[in-house]
Ligand binder design. Structure first.
Ligand SMILES: O=C(O)[C@H](O)[C@@H](O)[C@H](O)[C@H](O)COP(=O)(O)O
Length: 267
């Protein structure tokens, strides 16, 4: 049973689960509902994935009923961030998603938009933004009417114990990037150092954003990102995830939620 689900005043929703199994069941249901709504409305579903434990937490989409009920032929896959390594490298987010998810469902190969792994981080970011621009032009990816940014139907994020999301790390100057859609880092504090990443304006232009966080090592970062903690606290990229018009849902397990300021969290 879900321990707690609360809607905050600003439209955010926080869902807390006793067991990982329930979290991943609900997450699969949520994604399949968004896919259905988006295919109905736009004829396609543009989803951006992150790396980390997220991929195993969406694995139920590969099972019944979703393996049959989801309209996989309408899915277009992107990466919120990617390590600049070869696609067959153990560190590749593409490889992680391919092995754990994409190879198990009938997604059209030409709808899978991974980065160019043969060029520098700077060029890979530029190329990826170009690909996204083309697909915005043809409305495979929708466009935000407030920011002119791409409006992904769903962006799935994980969060590190330092509060990073995508490859947007605390106190890094790319948190201020306003112009680019996709940018790069060559000094990521978490290896590998070279990465490309969506910028905050793109993340915050999405129709739906889900941040999926599990484990006690994330409890402090979840508290800083979700609760009203005032200004004198460490910088939190995750707190900067505030979709302008879209919907934000936090999926937490009990351990990650253990430091939240909510009275019902331990029910
Ligand atoms: O590029 C990376 O280094 C990881 O993909 C990273 O950004 C990850 O998404 C978070 O650290 C959460 O990871 P976990 O959910 O596995 O803890």
């Amino acid at each position: 049973m879900m321990a707690f689900s609360g809607a905050k005043e600003d439209g955010r929703e926080v869902k807390i689960y006793e067991y990982l199994d329930e979290l991943s069941t609900d997450l699969a249901e949520y994604i399949s509902e968004l896919s259905e709504a988006s295919v109905k409305e736009r004829g396609v579903f543009a989803i951006a994935l992150s790396g980390g434990s997220l991929i195993s937490l969406i694995r139920k989409l590969c099972e019944a009923p979703y393996s049959k009920t989801v309209d996989w032929s309408k899915w277009y896959i992107f990466w919120v961030d990617e390590r600049v390594v070869a696609k067959n490298h153990a560190d590749s987010n593409y490889k992680l998603a391919k092995d754990g998810f994409l190879s198990k469902v009938p997604i059209v190969p030409s709808h899978v938009h991974s980065i160019n792994d043969t060029v520098s981080a700077e060029k890979a970011a530029e190329d990826y933004e170009f690909v996204i621009r083309q697909l915005v032009r043809t409305r495979v990816i929708s466009v935000s009417d407030v920011s002119d940014c791409p409006k992904f139907d769903l962006i799935l994020l994980g969060m590190g114990p330092d509060g990073h999301i995508a490859s947007l790390f605390p106190d890094h100057s790319i948190l201020d990037e306003k112009d680019e859609w996709v940018t790069f880092v060559t000094d990521s504090p978490k290896p590998p150092p070279e990465r490309i990443t969506f910028t905050l304006p793109v993340i915050n232009s999405a129709s739906n954003v889900a941040v999926v966080v599990t484990g006690s090592s994330k409890a402090e970062a979840a508290h800083l990102a979700i609760d009203d903690v005032g200004p004198d606290v460490p910088s939190s990229p995750a707190k900067m995830v505030q979709p302008t018009k879209g919907k934000l849902i936090w999926y937490l397990d009990k351990a990650a939620a253990s430091k939240l300021d909510c009275t019902k969290c331990s029910e």
